[in-house]
Design a binder for this molecule. Sequence first.
Ligand SMILES: *[C@@H]1O[C@H](CO)[C@@H](O)[C@H](O)[C@H]1NC(C)=O
Ligand SMILES: *[C@@H]1O[C@H](CO)[C@@H](O)[C@H](O)[C@H]1NC(C)=O
Ligand SMILES: *[C@@H]1O[C@H](CO)[C@@H](O)[C@H](O)[C@H]1NC(C)=O
Ligand SMILES: *[C@@H]1O[C@H](CO)[C@@H](O)[C@H](O)[C@H]1NC(C)=O
Length: 425
Amino acid sequence: MGVLHLLFFTLSITTISTKAHNITQILSPFPDYTTFNNLLTQTKLADEINSRQTITVLVVNNAAISDLASKHPLSVIKNALSLLVLLDYFDGAKLHQLSGGASTSTTTTTLYQTTGTAEGNLGFVNITDLKGGKVGFGSAAPGSASNSAYKKEVKKIPYNISVLEVTEPIIAPGILSTSAPEVNITARLEKAGCKTFAALISSTGVVIVYQASADKGLTVFAPSDEAFRAPNAPDLSKLTNAELVSILQYHALASYSPIGTLKTAKGPISTMATNGAGKFDLTVTSAGDEVTLKTGVDSSRIASTLIDSTPLCIFTVDSVLLPPELFEKAPAPAPAPAGEPAISPLPSHAPVVSAPSKAPVSAKAPASVFSPPAPPLESPVGGPAEEPSEAADTADSAAGEVKFPALVKAVLSVSATVIISVFLS
Ligand SMILES: *[C@@H]1O[C@H](CO)[C@@H](O)[C@H](O)[C@H]1NC(C)=O
Ligand SMILES: *[C@@H]1O[C@H](CO)[C@@H](O)[C@H](O)[C@H]1NC(C)=O
Ligand SMILES: *[C@@H]1O[C@H](CO)[C@@H](O)[C@H](O)[C@H]1NC(C)=O
Ligand SMILES: *[C@@H]1O[C@H](CO)[C@@H](O)[C@H](O)[C@H]1NC(C)=O
């Protein structure tokens, strides 16, 4: 049982560390910063700030932000505000040490640098000791001036978060003129190695549903082509059109949820397939920078961010997400007596007995609906799981590669079962 306690202990540490501060709450007592605070919430930068440790937020008052707030789309506002979030801890004392130090200027990384859209040194800010004890902030990009100056400390929790007021937003060259790019979702997915998914959302028309949501907020979890070839991926050719549509809608949220927002999500989140309380939802867990989506049947790691541009976010994921409404949960491993380990079958997504409306599927032999589990010593070519599905991209040779990790995962999960059974007994 000691192991379980240790496990719970570790889990609670993880939970606490992601809740170290709440920027919305920190700023709420200050009427001068209401616009800034609202923008942090709207752009979801608040989640990003809350999910990080050792951070400095440079705030500007309502008057100083009004131009930025009123003249630009949210995607531009987000970039500009990201430049005010420094990935280091600076309080008033540390800033004024600059004047006594050997160097009168320091360069620091901002949240803008982490978006992947900042070119060159656009994501960096220089903090400079100006004459007369003043400290200036400016873009590190060549030719930029220190256009913003330090005013005062607002709040500090050493050395987790510091909030400082500055005179105005830091403006990096071009940051205000980059308009939100017009994104062709399928083209972008194809380019990123998600051809199967792109083909499926086009052929089923789900892309139209996505596109209709894209103006108000859309987050897509696109499985890679490898994910569709994995042994536990559903055999798409055996699904009804309605089931396929549900699965594809299950891979998207009707909201803009960048990584920081997912990390701070509490409880299950609704997907575009959600059609009732608790139906077709996902839970999110994170450890450090690793974010995992859990369906109740399987789970998938978020592999990369393709686009994070308010209000659209597209991620690639490692596995096809299997909703419990269509795929049965893997049976919980029965506790086995020590020395007689329970060997559970490998990816065991036994089909749910279909409702009458799903006649085309339930008419078939249930076991044939989904790809059979990969037998451990299957030869690399021609196994049942390799049967190309209609929509699958057949172009390359990655099939051999997916087998191996899947096998390793299976072996690991069996070993974990054994270990847990041993400790429990
Ligand atoms: C700073 O963050 C750490 C890690 O999250 C936390 O343990 C600590 O309590 C925080 N410090 C303060 C003063 O809140
Ligand atoms: C942060 O505080 C705000 C306002 O006090 C609250 O609405 C919000 O739920 C809090 N966020 C988190 C992640 O606790
Ligand atoms: C910012 O600081 C770096 C390093 O000190 C320097 O190379 C660069 O020229 C500075 N940029 C500006 C715009 O002053
Ligand atoms: C988006 O890209 C696809 C190719 O992936 C193309 O067939 C389609 O016409 C494009 N759509 C628009 C609206 O440009």
